[in-house]
Every structure is written in structure tokens, then in C-alpha cells.
Design a protein around this ligand. Structure first.
Ligand SMILES: Nc1ncnc2c1ncn2[C@@H]1O[C@H](COP(=O)(O)OP(=O)(O)OP(=O)(O)O)[C@@H](O)[C@H]1O
Ligand SMILES: Cc1ncc(C[n+]2csc(CCO)c2C)c(N)n1
Length: 269
């Protein structure tokens, strides 16, 4: 089975190339092209870092209000209008029932594409934005695309589950859902997985959760409580409050699993 590598190096202020391990059968993580999607929740503190790392920046409807309101708050010593000009989205998309008129006018005047998809009341604004990024000409090879979604966890439970549903709906894409506290992504059953844990910024708490379908057989290495051809299901065993013990975690399963890992708080000076 093909190996898929994962590394949250987008959270590192100065990403280092992954160590090469010539002995290993796993290839190093591919060089990825990032897109960021901002949802309608308070911006996490590392939003500017992800924004600068991304080559396409999309706001899901009211996510535009958050970029407009919260980005200047993350740079309290700077002129708010200059911050807004520096952090201008490429596209705003959704059913546009949450973006404020003043925010819409501000970005329209800057030439931002504002796409009204209010005719579609069956898919969420996040779904619409992921479909847009996936169809964009950003990368030819979708396996080299990684979509970072900020403000996706916590908040309203229906939204949160809707956001997780998008991971399953687009299981052929690399999509990472982030909050200030943790990140989650899918480990598709089509691959075995090597997760290069970025210990300065993430861990140690982690989980492996069979959302969508039970697993008859999951195996892991690198965790405090490893699984060995173990079954997992809702109502049965799921792995929460697990702990990363090595900087490389491996997972293989007969079901799509959600991987989640905590994000470390910055040390206060
Ligand atoms: N409280 C929340 N918790 C988690 N995600 C949220 C929350 N609020 C909004 N989102 C995400 O941000 C996107 C945009 O939200 P917004 O508030 O602009 O519109 P909405 O009308 O509530 O969402 P939708 O049209 O998708 O139902 C949503 O599609 C969802 O993915
Ligand atoms: C069974 C069912 N439940 C809820 C909705 C409503 N809905 C789903 S996604 C969305 C957001 C549109 O931007 C809305 C309003 C529906 N259509 N079908």
C-alpha cells in the first residue's frame, strides 16, 4: 500500500526540511502548495502565518468579517487599514448571508471576487469554498495541494460536524481543520500513513477517531496507547486522550480515520 506523509510544518515559523531517512520505505513529505480558507469564527493567533504561507486565500462568507475585524487586532501596534490591505482575500464565497455590507463594499472596492452562491442551500459555505479551491488552477496535481481551514473547530456543533463532513466528502484532498487548540485531518484507508509530529508546535495529546464507518483493523506506532489490528467504532473503542511518544507516528487502517493532535500554546514572556 502506498504511504502518505503528513507534517504540520505550516505551523512552524521557520519550516525545516524533513529529515531524510534513507533506510525507510516512506518517502519524505511532498512539497505542498497551500490554500487557506477562513471561516466565520474568531481568527486563531497563527492565522497571519498560514495566510502568508498560502498561495490562495478564500473567505467563506462571514469569514471575511473576521479577516476585516480580527487581523488588525492581531497587530495592535499597526494601522488597521494597512493591516487590512496587507491581508486582502483573493475570493469571498458562500451564500453571503453573514458578510456585512461595509466589509463587502471594502473588498469589492479592492477588486476582490465576491461570489454569491445563495442558490445552493444544500451545501455549506465551507463546502463551496473547498470545491472552488479544488477546481482552481492553483496546482495541476491535487495530491500536492493542502487546504488549511481556520476557525473550523469549536463553536456551533452543527457547523463543526458539517466541517468534518467536508473532510469525508473531499477525501481525495488534503484538508486540515484548525482551531487555536488543535488540528484534525483525514487519514484515508487507501494509504498507510506516516505523521511527522512537529513537537515544538503540536502534541502531545492526540486521537484517532473512526467517524463515518467503524474500523475492524487499525494498527499504530509512536503512541502511548498503540493499536495492533484493533477494532474501533462509535459506541466501542475510539482513541482519545492518547499521547504522542515519538516524532514519527504510523497508522494503517481498513477505515478512513480522523487524526487529531493538540496545538501548543505559545510560552508567555
Ligand atoms: N460557530 C461555528 N463553528 C464552526 N464553524 C463555523 C461556525 N460559524 C461558521 N462556521 C463555518 O464558517 C462558514 C461560514 O459561516 P457563516 O456564519 O458565514 O455562514 P452560515 O450561514 O452560518 O453558514 P452556512 O451558510 O455554511 O450554513 C460555515 O460554512 C462554517 O463552515
Ligand atoms: C436536510 C437539510 N438540512 C438542512 C439544510 C439547510 N442547509 C444545509 S447547508 C446550508 C447552508 C447554505 O449556505 C443550509 C441552509 C438542507 N438544505 N437540508
Amino acid at each position: 500500500m502506498e504511504v502518505m506523509c503528513h507534517a504540520s510544518s505550516f505551523l512552524l515559523p521557520h519550516p525545516q526540511p524533513q529529515p531524510q531517512e534513507p533506510r525507510e520505505d516512506a518517502p519524505p513529505p511532498a512539497a505542498l502548495t497551500y490554500a487557506v480558507i477562513v471561516l466565520n469564527q474568531r481568527l486563531p493567533r497563527f492565522a497571519p502565518l498560514l495566510w502568508n504561507r498560502a498561495q490562495l486565500r478564500v473567505c467563506a462568507d462571514g469569514g471575511a468579517n473576521r479577516v476585516y475585524d480580527d487581523m488588525p487586532e492581531l497587530f495592535p501596534d499597526q494601522d488597521p487599514q494597512e493591516v487590512r490591505l496587507r491581508y486582502t482575500p483573493d475570493v469571498i464565497k458562500g451564500d453571503l448571508d453573514s458578510i456585512r455590507d461595509d466589509v463587502k463594499d471594502f473588498y469589492l472596492n479592492l477588486g476582490v471576487r465576491v461570489v454569491d452562491e445563495s442558490h445552493d442551500q444544500d451545501t455549506t459555505d465551507l463546502h463551496k469554498c473547498v470545491a472552488y479551491v479544488s477546481n482552481s488552477a492553483l496546482v495541476e496535481d491535487k495530491s500536492k495541494l493542502c487546504i488549511l481551514v481556520v476557525g473550523a473547530l469549536g463553536g456551533r456543533f452543527d457547523h463543526e460536524i458539517g466541517n468534518i463532513n467536508v473532510l469525508h466528502r473531499f477525501s481525495n484532498l488534503r484538508i486540515v481543520l484548525l482551531s487555536d487548540d488543535c488540528l484534525i485531518h483525514l487519514l484515508p484507508k487507501t494509504h498507510s500513513h506516516v505523521i511527522h509530529v512537529q513537537l515544538p508546535v503540536e502534541g502531545p495529546h492526540c486521537g484517532l477517531i473512526p467517524i463515518g464507518a467503524p474500523s475492524a483493523c487499525t494498527s499504530t506506532t509512536g503512541l502511548q496507547w498503540n493499536l495492533s489490528d484493533t477494532a474501533m467504532s462509535f459506541g466501542g473503542l475510539i482513541s482519545t486522550s492518547n499521547v504522542v511518544k515519538e516524532d514519527k507516528v504510523t497508522v494503517s487502517s481498513d477505515a478512513d480515520l480522523i487524526w487529531t493532535i493538540s496545538i501548543k500554546k505559545p510560552i508567555k514572556e
